[in-house]
Design a binder for this molecule. Structure first.
Ligand SMILES: Cc1cc2nc3c(=O)[nH]c(=O)nc-3n(C[C@H](O)[C@H](O)[C@H](O)COP(=O)(O)OP(=O)(O)OC[C@H]3O[C@@H](n4cnc5c(N)ncnc54)[C@H](O)[C@@H]3O)c2cc1C
Length: 459
């Protein structure tokens, strides 16, 4: 009996309808590949008051998915970043963010996470494949299919299940127990920090495009701005203890006030302190900041993307961008498998090989970025080691140095291989190519050319 006779069968089942799950759904729909997505929450656009920063790597892919115009309607581009010490003294002021749009085609931007999810969900032409209010309860792999048990009491089968189900991923748990030496999430996901995030209405003295980081121990602040000066703020709290995933504290709204009022006096500008920002909040939430890279990302028919695979501190504004990248690379690697599907089933050998290639190519990049994000978080909270080195060099970094590092990080970012690039997407590729040419020319000529010269920027 074929598996489809006992349960509805799909080529691809996606668990989770966050940024990773929706990236996968949008890209699969554009390629007319049969999929189903399960999201446990009742809506794809939960209103939790979070914001998200998108960077050129994520934006180029969202542009391929036809969403860039709508996204940009709801944001302003980030321009200036002021790094301050705990007394409000300026450590450095960086204008590099403002150069990205002209240098690489997309400027980093911030918007409400709910708005991004709404734009992504509305981008789906058919809403039928995305099932909300259904939790995946079990995932069981056999040589032929994966059987997925659902909270509505039914089950389906799929050729492949993609776990885009976040830091407490059930697909990752199902992968973990298949390993020769099974392990659990507690072995590699830890929590040292918590974050209160919030959105405040605009304040005189903080303009659209402004960003601020404060460096101090215990608890500190990161601020980005969105359209018409909406303020997206984050309070990072050092918990002074490392928790495993299962012992990580959970928070309620009662846990927010204490840490936020303890830093209300911190100066953001000479005229604005954090208390002024906090007083104008429309929403605030507190979450633990888990960090960890899953050791195993796939079996023969199960694979993880996004936070399920690589959970990082939010300080580099990269988690969602990396979730978009991982989803993209996975689909690129699966292309050949999709094109050779037979009688609606994906060939097993090609499938496993594709998942292996995906893991091999994504793990080092996502892992490296997660490590940097962790160092930046620790730098802000005055930890020692590599974090101290990051702080020490801050005053001497030019806009050219920041752009140089930014380009190095963006150079290897993927695009959806089967979808066309817009002219901005093409420009991104050309800009990276030109960048490498100039770097090589500088090396070969031995010229004393600064990173500012490299980008043609005045100091
Ligand atoms: C405070 C904070 C600020 C951040 N800021 C940024 C930023 O500026 N830029 C950036 O790039 N990243 C940022 N991040 C990180 C970013 O939010 C995450 O990396 C990103 O949302 C991960 O997306 P995901 O789809 O992998 O996982 P998630 O967003 O966790 O989505 C997983 C989804 O799966 C669903 N789900 C889970 N289990 C099941 C199940 N069994 N059945 C069905 N559905 C299930 C969940 O309901 C959820 O909707 C930030 C994170 C935090 C905490």
């Amino acid at each position: 009996m074929s598996p489809s006779a006992i349960a509805q069968h799909y080529q691809v089942a996606i668990v989770g309808g966050g940024i990773a799950g929706l990236t996968l759904a949008l890209a699969l729909e554009k390629q007319s590949i049969d999929y189903i997505l399960f999201e446990s929450q009742d809506s794809l656009t939960p209103d939790r008051g979070a914001s998200v920063g998108l960077q050129p790597n994520g934006l180029r892919i969202l542009d391929q998915l036809g969403l860039i115009d709508e996204i940009e309607k709801h944001t302003g581009t980030l321009q200036r970043w002021r790094h301050l010490d705990g007394e409000g003294e300026l450590i450095s002021e960086i204008k590099a963010l403002g150069y990205y749009r002209s240098q690489i085609g997309y400027g980093p931007l911030f918007l409400e996470r709910r708005k991004l999810l709404e734009i992504m969900a509305e981008g789906l032409k058919s809403k039928d494949a995305a099932k909300t209010g259904i939790r995946v309860l079990s995932v069981k792999e056999s040589p032929e299919v994966v059987t997925i048990g659902l909270s509505n009491g039914s089950c389906i089968t799929a050729d492949i299940v993609i776990g885009a189900d976040g830091v407490r991923s059930c697909v990752r748990d199902a992968i973990n127990v298949t390993q020769p030496e099974p392990f659990q999430a507690d072995d590699y996901i830890t929590t040292q920090f918590a974050c209160v995030y919030g959105i405040s209405t605009p304040i005189d003295g903080i303009s659209e495009g402004d960003c601020f980081s404060i460096y101090r121990p215990g608890a500190t602040i990161l601020i980005f701005t969105g359209q018409v000066g909406a303020i997206f703020w984050f309070v990072f709290e050092d918990l002074g203890h490392t928790y495993s995933l299962s012992t990580t504290p959970r928070y309620t709204s009662d846990d927010i006030d204490e840490v936020c009022t303890s830093i209300a006096h911190l100066r953001i500008t000479p005229a604005v302190c954090f208390g002024d920002v906090y007083a104008k909040r429309s929403v605030a939430m507190k979450v633990p900041l888990e960090e960890g890279l899953a050791p195993s990302w796939h079996t023969n028919r199960m694979v993880i993307v996004g936070d399920a695979a690589h959970k990082m501190a939010p300080t580099a504004a990269m988690g969602a961008n990396q979730a978009i990248e991982s989803s993209t690379t996975l689909l690129n690697e699966l292309q050949e498998t999709f094109s050779k599907s037979k009688d609606g089933f994906l060939p097993q050998g090609l499938l496993t090989a594709a998942l292996e290639r995906y893991t091999e190519s994504r793990k080092p990049r996502a892992g490296g970025i997660a490590q940097k994000a962790g160092i930046i978080c620790r730098a802000q909270l005055l930890h020692d080691g590599p974090a101290a080195a990051v702080r020490d060099e801050l005053p001497s970094l030019t806009d050219g140095d920041w752009l140089f590092r930014g380009f190095m990080g963006l150079a290897d970012s993927p695009v959806i291989a089967v979808l066309p690039l817009s002219s901005r997407g093409e420009f991104f590729g050309q800009a990276v190519e030109q960048f490498w040419k100039r770097v090589r020319a500088r090396q070969n000529s031995g010229l004393n050319m600064t990173n500012l010269d490299l980008f043609g920027i005045e100091g």
